[in-house]
Design a protein around this ligand. Structure first.
Ligand SMILES: [Zn+2]
Length: 122
């Protein structure tokens, strides 16, 4: 649809430029003004259709970028393997529960329940 609209806009713009050129060539103050306005409108039409194309072309790229970021984030989370404090068993997201702002871990292997403390990065 957008391609058809921009094609029609471009066609109208080209016709207007040709007509405007004819008016300018024909001479006379009134004809010069009419031709000049027609060419100006044609240039605006081309500019608008060009901008529309650019915006439409840019939108899918932006969506792809956000998807890539999300996928990278989930990949990092799955790579960060949590282990039980008492038995060392690997813990999944199911074993984590957020209770009053803190993360509670309940081990499915040994049944230990404790609050998860984030290890300092330094
Ligand atoms: Zn355990």
């Amino acid at each position: 649809m957008s391609k058809i609209v921009s094609a029609v806009l471009l066609f109208v713009a080209i016709v207007m430029i040709l007509l405007g050129a004819l008016f300018v060539i024909a001479g006379g103050t009134d004809n010069m003004i009419t031709g000049g306005v027609m060419i100006l409108v044609a240039i605006i039409l081309i500019f608008v259709s060009y901008r529309m194309e650019k915006i439409k072309a840019a939108q899918p790229k932006l969506i792809n970028q956000t998807f890539n970021v999300k996928m990278e984030g989930s990949g990092q989370l799955t790579q960060k393997q949590l282990q039980c404090k008492s038995c060392g068993a690997p813990l999944s997201d199911k074993d984590l529960k957020v209770i009053s702002g803190g993360i509670m871990v309940s081990c499915p292997y040994c049944g230990t329940k404790y609050a998860l403390e984030e290890a300092p990065k330094w």
